[in-house]
Structure formats: C-alpha cells, structure tokens
Design a protein. Structure first.
Length: 583
C-alpha cells in the first residue's frame, strides 16, 4: 500500500551529542553509527518488533551457511540491489555484489583508515588478513586489496566466504550491524579519498543530502532503494506492538521521505524543542526532566492528554569511568596500583549518582556486562557496586597513599603529588556527573581536576591513550562478548579504551569465545567479570533506563536496542501534525 499523502513525510529528531563523520571504517561513536545504519546495509538484521531478539536476512538471500565446526561462513547476497546514485559511479547504475562486502571487511584492516572496529574482525582471526596487514605495515606499503587471502574470498558474483582460524559460533552476528559491515563501494572510496567520511553512499533506505558539522544532518529517501514491505512479528501478548504491526503491514519502507536531525547538546533546549512540537521524537527524556515528565515513572497526565506516546526500556549498556592502565599514576598491575583503583571505586556513591545526577533512571551495575544480553546474570553480585569509604580510606592508608604534608590531600607512596585528571565535557549532564566525582574524591582525600573538551576531541585522545580517566557509555549486541571486549588486551586503542592487558583475562576471553552458549561458557564469562572487578580497569557505574516520547502524529515508534536503523519503520502523519501544531 503506497502512502496517500502527496506532502513529503518528514521525521524530525535531535541528537544530544555531535557526530564525528560517516565512514563505517573510521567512526565508533553512537550517533555517527546511527546515521550510518540508515545509509548502509549489512547482509543480516534483527527484527524490529520481535522479543527476544530474532535474526533475519536483509541484503542476504538466506541466512549464512555455517560449518559444523563454526569456522566457515558462506553468505549469499540478493541480486538486484543497487547503491544510491553518486558521481563516483560515473552515471552507471551500480549493483551490490559479494565483492563489496569483501572490500568492506578489508577496509577495517587497512591502516590508512585507523578503524576503531578492527578488533571485531581480528578477534575472530580471519585466516590471512591480520598477517597481510602486518606484512605490509612492516614493509611500509599500502594495503593490497587485490591480494586474496584464505579466510576471505569471493565465490561468485553474489557469494562470499569467510574462514576463521578457530571456532566462532556467534561470528555471523557481526553481519547484522550496518555501521560495521554495511557494504561500501570501492569506487566511492577511491573517488572521495580522505573526504570519504563526508560522502556516505550505500544501498540503504536513506541518503545524506545535507550536513552541517555538529549542527544538522538531513537524509532523504534513497530513490534506488528496492521494494521492502513492512512485515513485523511482535510477541503475541504485546498489544501495543501488535497494533503497530497491523497498522503498517504491507507499507513500503522507508515510511517517511525525509529525516532531519539536529544536534542539541544542552538538555533543556532539546526537551523544550520537543514540547513545542519542533521534534517528533525525543530519544531519552533528559534525566533532569524525568520528574515532571514521568512522575513515579508513568507518563505525566498533561503529556498523555496531548496524545504523546511513551516507550520505556532497559538499555543494553554500561556507563563506566575507565582508568588508563598505562598511565603512571592510575595504571599498572602492582598491588598498590590495584588498591588505588579499588579505593576510588569504593568511594563512588552510585546510589546518590542515580538519585541526583541520573534522576532515578538507572540501576547499579555489578559487572561490565549489560542487561538483555546472553551472559548477563541478574544474580551476579560483586564489589563493583559496593560503596564503603571507610574501606577505601583503609586501602589507601595500607598502600602508602597518605597525606604527608598536611594539606588535606593524599600523596603517592613515593611522596609525589596524587592528582586525578578526569576528562569531561561542558554540557550539563557531564557537569553533574563530574560534580559527584569531586564529592566522592574529596571524601577520601584525593585531589581531582577536570579536563574539559568536546566529546569528539576526547574520543580522539582516548583512542591514542592520552587520557587518564574518562566517563563514557558502551552498548553492544545480544551477547556478553560485546562488553567483555572492553578488557581484551589486543583491543587496546579500539574498544579497550582503558588499555587493560592481563594475560589471565585474555586467556579466559579467548576460551569462552570458541564455545557454544551453555553452562561452560557462562562460567567463563563470570570468571572474566570477576577479573575485571578485581583489577578495576573500569569503574562500572550503572545500566541506564531510557524513556522515549513520540508525538501523537507519529506511528510505529518502538525501541529495539539491537536495531540501530529504526527510522525506516516510523511514519509521520503530516496533516495531523499541522492540525495539532496549529491548535
């Protein structure tokens, strides 16, 4: 069924943090990846309304063929899928082929692009690719895309094969993320060169038509996008999702013609822009407005009266503060360094943080693994969430972190000053969280000072190992491994911002990843969590709870935490919006 309205359907939306660019091989932040996910397409995807998570084909013609030993994966791509038109194609209509996915994977290995997602492939040990990367880097030669390796080959126009050095029962999950394995055309990369992050060209439902850095992004329907009809299968007992599926079934996607994304970093103007009907969706009500919008975590009557709709959900994420493990003050594996990090962790009043800085919209974390993923155990308890400043002071005293000069601040065991530099950003949410850090550290006699920069600047410095401490969020796919990668040594400078590199942890991580899901793997996951707690490279604060609101003229909005590319499933009734906005 085609949309009946001639007026373009426009979805208006705001990001709370600036984007960094639009190249899958270069960007790692949440909001850039959200845009990428609507432009590029992976072979597989997760169903939008399903619960629990359920995988299905996207550009693939079928689910991959997987060998019994989980070492060989064959993907078959649908014929007749085309990239969006672009000058890079010199007027030709460009079909998606298996070669595009092989090229896309190889780009993550190309040192030129400094991929922050390389760890996802290297950990799987695709036969020959890491060796090729090291060989060419040692010879100071550019990456050779023509060199065929055993582990990644085109079988024919629409089929490609991946072979691994070891079993990986969940490897194919990597091919559900369009921001990582979304097909990139070689012609586009070669045409735009170093400016490729400004010119994303994919096969997905939208294309980027306007970009004002850190301010505004506009995407429009991709005219070459194939016919994909809305067909979702929500849980039988969920009346809201059942109604959405019935109302939109058979509609051609994307349902809207245009998406306008503003960057509004300060919470108050972002919230007010939604209340004044300037935004159609507010993703995550800013925490400080939850009390007025969600009294007792229920939609406020004045919002319900307006027809505003609420979606409340537990995020599959962790909010952490990391310690740079290679830093001379907070890093290291000797007992006194471990004691310092554990004392700092014990001094953090997470319940106060949840109550005052997060306005009740979170739960304390016991480990680095988030809810809603395989391997999360709600019964797992650890020191990670313990708050005991007396124990923190005793640890510091025991290991020689004492106030030697009487100025009220502790020194290091060798008598040199002890000062923690914590990276933060100028917007209110970060200011509030940093204020809690100052209170926590003052209570145990540790001096802390802020390093204030914009988020993208911190990200660049963090990946280079130049920050001492930084507080960030991390979300991942439906398996615990997506979170345990934060501690895996070979991922330093990528997911592992703390640069934690403990042989015992690395060994446990490697053992669990080759096992199918079951009790043996679950026990190894718990062992990895406990090692992370014991050495404390990350202080894991909370798992967040988000509440999204959508305007009454919006149909189909839902939040599946494993689906980045949700704009294509949302519809906007422009006539209803005009009518209500003028009332």
């Amino acid at each position: 069924m085609a949309a009946t309205s001639a007026a373009p359907r426009v979805l208006r939306y705001a990001f709370p943090t600036a984007e960094s660019g639009f190249d899958p091989a270069q960007v790692t932040d949440l909001y850039s990846n959200t845009v990428l996910a609507h432009i590029f397409e992976a072979p597989l995807e997760y169903e939008y309304l399903a619960q629990p998570a359920r995988m299905r084909t996207n550009t693939a013609a079928a689910l991959p063929e997987i060998s019994a030993d989980f070492r060989r994966f064959v993907f078959r791509i649908q014929p007749g899928i085309y990239f969006a038109d672009d000058p890079a194609f010199k007027g030709q209509r460009r079909e998606l082929t298996a070669q595009d996915y092989v090229y896309t994977i190889k780009r993550h290995y190309d040192p030129r692009w400094k991929s922050g997602k390389l760890y996802q492939f290297e950990a799987e040990r695709i036969l020959g690719l890491s060796e090729l990367r090291r060989e060419l880097m040692a010879q100071n030669k550019p990456f050779d895309y023509e060199r065929e390796v055993e582990g990644l080959r085109v079988l024919d126009r629409y089929r490609f094969e991946v072979k691994l050095a070891q079993p990986s029962p969940r490897f194919h999950q990597l091919f559900t993320d369009p921001a990582t394995t979304g097909a990139v055309a070689r012609e586009v990369v070669e045409f735009y060169g170093e400016r490729i992050a400004e010119h994303p060209v994919g096969t997905g439902p939208f294309r980027l038509v306007e970009w004002r850095r850190s301010s505004r992004m506009v995407l429009e329907r991709n005219p070459t996008y194939r016919e994909v009809l809305y067909d979702e299968h929500p849980p039988a007992g969920d009346a809201r999702r059942q109604a959405i599926a019935a109302a939109l079934k058979g509609r051609r996607m994307p349902l809207v013609d245009r998406v306008e994304v503003a960057v509004i970093e300060e919470p108050q103007p972002r919230w007010l822009s939604f209340l004044s009907d300037e935004q159609d969706i507010v993703e995550r009500i800013p925490d400080q407005f939850c009390e007025q919008a969600l009294p007792n975590n229920k939609l406020a009557p004045h919002l319900a009266k307006r027809g505003i709709q609420m979606v409340r959900y537990q995020r599959n994420d962790v909010s952490v503060s990391y310690f740079a493990m290679e830093h001379p003050v907070v890093g290291g594996y000797t007992p006194e360094k471990v004691a310092l990090r554990r004392a700092i962790s014990l001094a953090v009043d997470v319940q106060r943080e949840i109550r005052l800085a997060r306005y009740g919209q979170a739960i304390p974390a016991q480990s680095i693994v988030a809810p809603q993923v395989w391997g999360y155990d709600p019964e797992f308890k650890s020191e990670m969430s313990e708050f005991d400043r007396s124990k923190a002071r005793a640890l510091l005293d025991l290991y020689g972190y004492v106030d030697r000069n009487g100025d009220g601040w502790r020194e290091q065991p060798d008598g040199t000053p002890l000062t923690i530099e914590y990276a933060t950003s100028p917007d209110k949410a970060f200011r509030d969280l940093y204020e809690h850090w100052t209170i926590n550290m003052k209570a145990i006699g540790i001096r802390i000072v802020p390093l204030i920069r914009q988020w993208p600047e911190h990200l660049k410095a963090s990946r280079a190992g130049k920050l001492m401490m930084w507080g960030v969020g991390w979300s991942g796919g439906p398996d615990a491994e997506a979170f345990l990668v934060l501690g895996y040594g070979p991922n330093k400078g990528q997911a592992n911002h703390a640069r934690f590199d403990l042989p015992a942890y690395n060994a446990v991580f490697e053992r669990q990843r080759v096992l199918p899901d079951g009790p043996e793997r679950a026990a190894l996951l718990d062992e990895a969590k406990r090692l992370m707690v014991a050495y404390m490279p990350y202080k894991v604060h909370v798992h967040r709870i988000w509440t999204d609101l959508s305007q009454p003229w919006v149909t189909g909005y839902h939040r599946n935490v494993f689906v980045r590319e949700f704009w294509k499933y949302v519809d906007v009734d422009m006539a209803e919006r005009a009518k209500r906005s003028s009332d």
